[in-house]
Design a protein around this ligand. Structure first.
Ligand code: IZC
Ligand code: ZN
Length: 420
């Protein structure tokens, strides 16, 4: 009878069904489809059917069973914005910021992204692979089954491709799925600060074509921020990506208002990320153009900045997703569950909305909603089982890892909170 698995007796089974065609907006973001005493039958690594335990257990006999009594089952969490592949850490900058230096001051003095770029350029393929794999295992232990991963710490053709190749190899070797984004436009190299045009030319004429031709990335991202890339430069870079089939994403309005949200709407970006300082007009434009807002409250928390206005965005009709922004400078965490806590406590989101934002809407933000993000027939059997009696407890008891079991493609990879 093949490779089958039955998960039964879940106190709450959250299927997220019905949002695979388009991202959930407004009240649909609260529409989790919760089945009390639920079960899922899995065959050949795919969801076969989800429903009440009584019904599913009577219908199917599986090779293996998992009893999820007293626990909550959700689709495997999806992190749609990470800087997974990088070398080194920046705790020295953290200490400087605690004494009053700002993120941008540190970057302008050659630290920040430049520091991680130096470490990443110096690291061998193998070193980068090992450091990133460790992070990926931690993601998995926190219930995440798919991550987006950006380049952007290479800043030369050779080193940008090295980062993307490491992500590709990890995607092949490691069970967590990795969706890659080219982000050569993450910073202007220190030596070219005064005259950035040649660097932008290399991004457009060398790096983007290579990343696209070698199928090393699906998306093209740019750090549109005062002192980094202007909206005009960002637009050129994103339009160039589109010509090579790379879908635009933007780091928008993170530190200062810079019309990044407006730009995301006008270039047809799949998502605009950060948005701490997004304007009212930008939020309106995003809602109209169907740009997903990927919010990263770990960054506001860690940079001690004002949080993005998630409530305002959801009420304006923007589809919101949440992400860690996992990176060594502005959000050194891999805990998406903690980001869910921050979504509720610091951005006015509800416990229902943060679940939507880390499952189906996160899947939409990286073009994966047909394959992942909900427990519906035919999708990948990616599920997370939390040792909590109801989903409210997930955003109530914060700062600890409630993950009991993680199933990826029908295989239990974390059991009892331990990697198998
Ligand atoms: O390494 O500081 N904001 N990029 C844009 C980052 C933060 C990552 C970093
Ligand atoms: Zn980022």
């Amino acid at each position: 009878m093949g490779d089958s698995l039955l998960i039964k007796n879940a106190a709450q089974l959250i299927t997220m069904k019905g949002h695979s065609d388009k991202p959930a907006v407004r009240s649909a973001m609260s529409d989790l489809d919760v089945i009390e005493n639920g079960a899922v039958y899995i065959e050949e690594g795919k969801i076969f059917e989800a429903g009440p335990s009584e019904e599913i257990c009577a219908k199917y006999e599986a090779d293996k069973q998992i009893d999820a009594s007293g626990k909550v089952v959700t689709p495997g969490l999806i992190d749609p914005h990470t800087h997974l592949v990088h070398a080194g850490t920046r705790e020295n900058e953290y200490a400087m910021r605690l004494k009053g230096k700002t993120y941008m001051e540190i970057m302008e003095a050659g630290g920040g992204i430049h520091a991680t770029t130096r470490a990443t350029q110096e690291a061998s393929h193998e070193e980068l692979y090992e450091q990133s794999k460790k992070r990926l295992n931690k993601f998995l232990l926190h219930g995440v089954t798919t991550v987006e991963a950006k380049s952007g710490y290479g800043l030369t053709l050779e080193h940008e491709m090295k980062q993307l190749e490491v992500a590709k190899k990890l995607n092949e070797d490691h069970p967590v799925d990795i969706i890659s984004t080219f982000m050569g436009a993450h910073a202007i190299p220190m030596a070219e600060k005064e005259n950035p045009e040649p660097f932008i030319d290399r991004v457009i004429n060398e790096m983007i074509p290579k990343a696209a031709e070698q199928k090393l990335a699906v998306f093209n991202d740019v750090f549109c921020e005062r002192g980094v890339f202007t909206p005009d430069q960002s637009k050129r870079i994103l339009e160039a990506g589109k010509e090579h089939g790379l879908i635009p994403k933007i780091h928008a309005d993170e530190i200062e208002p810079y019309a990044g949200a407006e730009l995301a709407a006008s270039v047809g970006a799949i998502s605009a990320d950060h948005l701490l300082k997004a304007s009212e007009q930008g939020i309106k434009d995003m809602a109209e153009a169907g740009v997903i807002g990927v919010l990263l409250p770990g960054t506001a928390f860690f940079l001690m900045a004002e949080f993005a206005h998630a409530r305002k965005m959801i009420d304006a009709g923007v589809a919101v997703a949440l992400s860690t922004d996992a990176n060594p400078g502005s959000s050194p965490t891999i805990s998406l569950p903690f980001i869910m806590n921050l979504g509720c406590l610091k951005m006015g989101m509800t416990p229902e909305e943060v679940i939507t934002a880390t499952t189906i809407n996160a899947a939409h933000a990286i073009g994966q909603a047909k394959e992942a993000g909900s427990l519906e027939a035919g999708k990948k059997a990616d599920l997370t089982i939390f040792d909590v009696p109801n989903y409210l407890t997930l955003s109530y008891q914060y700062g600890m890892n409630h993950v009991d079991t993680v199933i990826k493609g029908g295989k239990p990879l974390v059991v009892g909170g331990q990697l198998q």
